[in-house]
Write a new protein. Structure first.
Length: 117
């Protein structure tokens, strides 16, 4: 049984930084690409960043390019999202997910990020 647990969310002022972590248990972590999604109130859940199984390829949605960095440590079964220069529009619940092929197969419970202006 795969479980994903996010941590690191919180309240930060605009321009500040946060580092989210997502720790996996169960499964073979290195077999999966890992994703970070976010969902703001009243909006759909959107993909923010993705990292390949080996960590050599990444993808970022345009609004976060140059500010967010996704990374992973396969030995620790953990994926990270470093978020710098945060903006109020980054406020959302952030979720990590394990991706197999084109399917986001496992999800964490989410962590709240609130950026005040």
């Amino acid at each position: 049984q795969v479980q994903l647990v996010e941590s690191g969310g919180g309240l930060v002022r605009a321009g500040g930084s946060l580092r989210l972590s997502c720790a996996a248990s169960g499964g073979i972590f290195s077999n999966y690409a890992m994703c970070w999604f976010r969902q703001a109130p009243g909006k759909e859940r959107d993909l923010v960043a993705l990292i390949s199984r080996g960590g050599d390829r990444t993808y970022y949605t345009d609004p976060v390019k140059g500010r967010f960095t996704i990374s992973r440590d396969n030995a620790k079964k953990t994926v990270y999202l470093q978020m710098n220069s945060l903006k109020p529009e980054d406020t959302a619940v952030y979720y990590c997910a394990m991706r197999s092929g084109v399917t986001d197969r496992y999800w964490g419970q989410g962590t709240q990020v609130t950026v005040s202006s």
